[in-house]
Design a protein around this ligand. Structure first.
Ligand code: SAM
Length: 317
């Protein structure tokens, strides 16, 4: 059906994200010691502004994520919504920042591909096995469940089944929880994404939500971004919510106590400047304006609620 085809197009966006990250890491923008197990070839060269855009995205999101983990001293859980082939588990393990449990959710077809890679590549599976205490590790074609890492196939638009699956794998509503959606909510309608955001606020009393997505889409540059995705049959159902940074209202009206949003141009200027100076020497960028335009069309929004008074509302750049 048309809607199956639309979902399939959305699933392929995960390959794009991983391919672009793979290329940028091959050029030295940041280190990812495990991404090549998911995408073997470095692939076609990407424009320098694309690489810098991914650098800002990865550094910006990781900065908030790592602050949350440190604030909770790893006594927390993470739920990566629409995780795709994200290598977060291995990075956090290597950096001694692993939460009590990391959950990842994506469409079953994407999860199956990720699990196949994990099963067939010991550098991916060994750390999972090492961190697991009993012999009850579940690793079949569609699910991974271990003490510290769980991957679930589910449709994020179906909240009751999402909730049921996560609870089956021992999601703990009492634990401080970080939810992350990186380029995911835009593929849902505003009501579907606000249901998801609302479910998160209802389920956890102490939590943070980090959302990275497109913003300011009503100008000419935004229209070109939309057309590019539509050409590949991707329906950006949530694009109307990306009109401005007011999209943080989505959090304040769905049960979150505090919300902040910054466009990526601002985030880029607030990242550790020594590292920014290093990556700016990697490739020559002749049109800085193009980078600025690109960065102005993405944003990070983060929201929190903090019954345990951990100080989550202070987290930021
Ligand atoms: N977050 C990853 C990253 O940044 O590398 C992947 C981003 S990719 C652009 C979007 C991901 O969201 C895809 O893996 C897609 O399958 C997933 N996704 C989108 N809509 C979804 C839904 N309704 N249910 C589950 N996963 C979904």
């Amino acid at each position: 059906t048309d809607s199956d085809a639309a979902d399939e197009a959305v699933r392929t966006t995960c390959d794009d994200a991983t391919t672009c990250k793979r290329f940028a890491t091959s050029q030295g923008y940041w280190k990812d010691l495990h991404i090549h197990y998911f995408v073997r070839n470095v692939g076609e060269r990407k424009a320098p502004e694309i690489n810098r855009g991914y650098y800002a995205r990865v550094k910006g999101v990781n900065l908030l994520l790592d602050e949350f983990i440190k604030k909770t001293e790893c006594k927390c859980q993470i739920i990566n919504l629409g995780a795709g082939l994200d290598t977060m588990f291995w990075r956090l393990k290597d950096e001694n920042l692993l939460p009590q449990k990391l959950f990842e959710v994506d469409f079953p077809a994407v999860v199956a591909k990720k699990i196949h890679n994990i099963k067939t590549k010991p550098p991916l599976s060994k750390p999972i096995i090492d961190m697991h205490s009993t012999d009850s590790l579940l690793l079949d074609a569609h699910n991974l469940d271990s003490d510290r890492y769980c991957i679930v196939g589910a449709d994020l638009r179906d909240i009751s089944s999402l909730d049921e699956k996560l609870k089956k794998f021992h999601l703990n509503p009492e634990l401080p929880t970080l939810l992350l959606s990186e380029c995911v909510l835009v593929y849902m309608t505003p009501s579907q994404s606000s249901n998801l955001v609302h479910w998160a606020a209802e389920t956890f009393h102490t939590a943070m939500f980090i959302n990275y997505e497109q913003v300011n889409m009503s100008d000419r540059f935004g229209q070109v971004m939309i057309e590019n995705l539509q050409r590949r049959q991707c329906t950006l159902a949530g694009v109307e919510i990306c009109q401005s940074l007011d999209s943080q209202d989505r959090f304040l009206t769905t049960g979150w106590d505090h919300a902040d949003a910054l466009d990526m141009m601002t985030v880029y200027s607030m990242l550790p400047q020594q590292d920014v100076a290093r990556i700016e020497l990697l490739e020559f960028l002749d049109e800085r304006e193009l980078l600025q335009q690109l960065l102005q069309h993405y944003c990070i929004c983060w929201a929190s609620k903090d019954k345990l008074s951990l100080g989550l509302s202070q987290l930021g750049f």
